[in-house]
Every structure is written in structure tokens, then in C-alpha cells.
Design a protein around this ligand. Structure first.
Ligand SMILES: [Zn+2]
Ligand SMILES: [Zn+2]
Length: 86
């Protein structure tokens, strides 16, 4: 089983805003916003994963980052990592 380190609090997701260089806030999984953000899936995400949306859902966690300064949203694809038992 694979999990997203960021959803599980193992890592903190930080990324600079491409426009103003401020740190963006992790808004959580894209799944929660799926209806609003479906245009991003079509143009952005599929490009990164060879157009296979199923593989995105199974092995990748898609996060939305928001910049407070310029009110900009960015979508980041996180590769899920296997968890070790014990
Ligand atoms: Zn996640
Ligand atoms: Zn910004």
C-alpha cells in the first residue's frame, strides 16, 4: 500500500509561488476539489502522467497549493510512497 507523505503529516509541502516567490500553503488533496479543478486535470496533470488518469488516482496524490499574496492556485502531483510495516 502506498500513501502520500504530505497527507499523513510525514512531510510538509512547501513550494514557492512562481509569481511572487512567497511560500504557498498546502490546501490538501485535489480530490476534495475535484469538481472545481477538473480543468487542471485535463490540461496539467494528464500531461505529466502520459494521460492516464487512473494511474494518477492510484499512485499519485494531487495537492492544491494557494498563494495568499496573489491568490494564485498551483496543482502539484505527489508520488505516493510505500509504507513499511512494523
Ligand atoms: Zn496527499
Ligand atoms: Zn504569489
Amino acid at each position: 500500500m502506498k500513501v502520500c507523505s504530505y497527507c499523513n503529516g510525514l512531510k510538509h509541502l512547501e513550494q514557492q509561488c512562481p509569481a511572487c516567490k512567497n511560500l504557498m500553503d498546502d490546501q490538501g488533496k485535489l480530490v476534495d476539489y475535484l469538481d472545481d479543478y477538473s480543468p487542471y486535470l485535463d490540461v496539467g496533470i494528464t500531461k505529466m502522467v502520459d494521460g492516464d488518469r487512473q494511474s494518477v488516482k492510484s499512485d499519485h496524490c494531487i495537492h492544491v497549493l494557494r498563494c495568499k499574496s496573489c491568490d494564485r492556485d498551483e496543482v502539484v502531483v505527489i508520488e505516493e510512497e510505500p509504507i513499511e510495516k512494523g
